[in-house]
Write a protein that binds this ligand. Structure first.
Ligand code: ADP
Ligand code: MG
Length: 243
């Protein structure tokens, strides 16, 4: 399931001024992709993710999911196909199972099957099924983030959106989540689209990269092309911001 963004413009009012946030964005994300979106703070990275499952709509332009404009999709169907992994703090209080079941209920999975499917989902994210009854609060950051991803996987999306999925994690937790993202892509054929501030993370796991500058695209291409390009100091670029 491929995604195409065509002539996307996004502007928002801050009460007094109209801020042009994204200007003429044209990109494609392929089915097999691990697609990184990076850029300075305020460049519209989260906005791009939000557009993809209609948490936000562009001011103008079109987004196609498998050749159908996303506004023609039933929004529930769209959000099942395009899963959003919210920040870890969006997990509910309660057990791991409580959190994973949430997605299964939306899918209309029968109560008798919940436990079995939830166990399989935990296994998919690399957590032993014995964690099902654990209290969310007792888990490490990396484990919480894996439950968070399992919760999104409960809807069986083809495309998974992650907004800075490792920003709260230590290097060990980060590695677990990066490995999981690559495994979901390679073994389970999920398209992964993630936002990051971390250039090493792009180097480690991305296939294609979008660098968003303020009101412009600074780069769109493969990771290889990005690191071969000499006319962009990526580290300095990522530290810039909206005036
Ligand atoms: P990033 O994730 O790259 O830091 P965002 O996509 O969150 O950037 O936001 C881009 C810009 O849009 C920021 O300047 C932010 O203040 C502004 N913005 C985001 N949402 C709104 C909104 N609902 N109303 C007004 N401005 C917004
Ligand atoms: Mg953001």
């Amino acid at each position: 399931m491929g995604i195409k963004l065509s002539n996307i413009h996004v502007s928002k009012s801050d009460g007094t001024n109209n801020l042009e946030i994204i200007k003429n964005l044209n990109i494609e994300v392929q089915k097999e992709d691990i697609f990184a979106i990076a850029g300075p703070s305020g460049s519209g990275k989260s906005t791009v993710l939000r557009l993809l499952n209609r948490l936000d709509d562009a001011t103008s332009g079109e987004i196609y999911l498998d050749d159908t404009e996303i506004k023609s999709w039933d929004i529930r169907k769209l959000r099942e196909k395009v899963g959003f992994v919210f920040q870890e703090s969006a997990l509910f209080e309660g057990s791991v199972l409580d959190n994973v079941i949430y997605g299964l209920r939306i899918r209309g999975i029968k109560k008798e099957e919940e436990q079995t499917i939830a166990s399989a989902l935990l296994e998919k994210v690399g957590l032993d099924p014995e964690y099902l009854d654990r209290d969310i609060e007792k888990l490490s950051g990396g484990q919480k983030q894996r439950v968070n991803i399992a919760r999104t996987l409960a809807l069986d999306p083809e495309i998974i959106l992650l907004d800075e999925p490792t920003s709260a994690l230590d290097p060990q937790g980060t590695k677990l989540i990066e490995d999981l993202m690559m495994e979901l892509n390679e073994k389970h054929n999920k398209t992964i689209i993630f936002v990051t501030h971390n250039i090493d993370q792009i180097q480690r796991i991305a296939k294609r990269v979008l660098l968003l500058g303020i009101k412009k695209i600074a780069f769109f291409g493969t990771k290889g092309e990005l690191f071969e390009s000499t006319d962009l100091d990526i580290t300095t670029f990522l530290k810039g911001g909206r005036e």
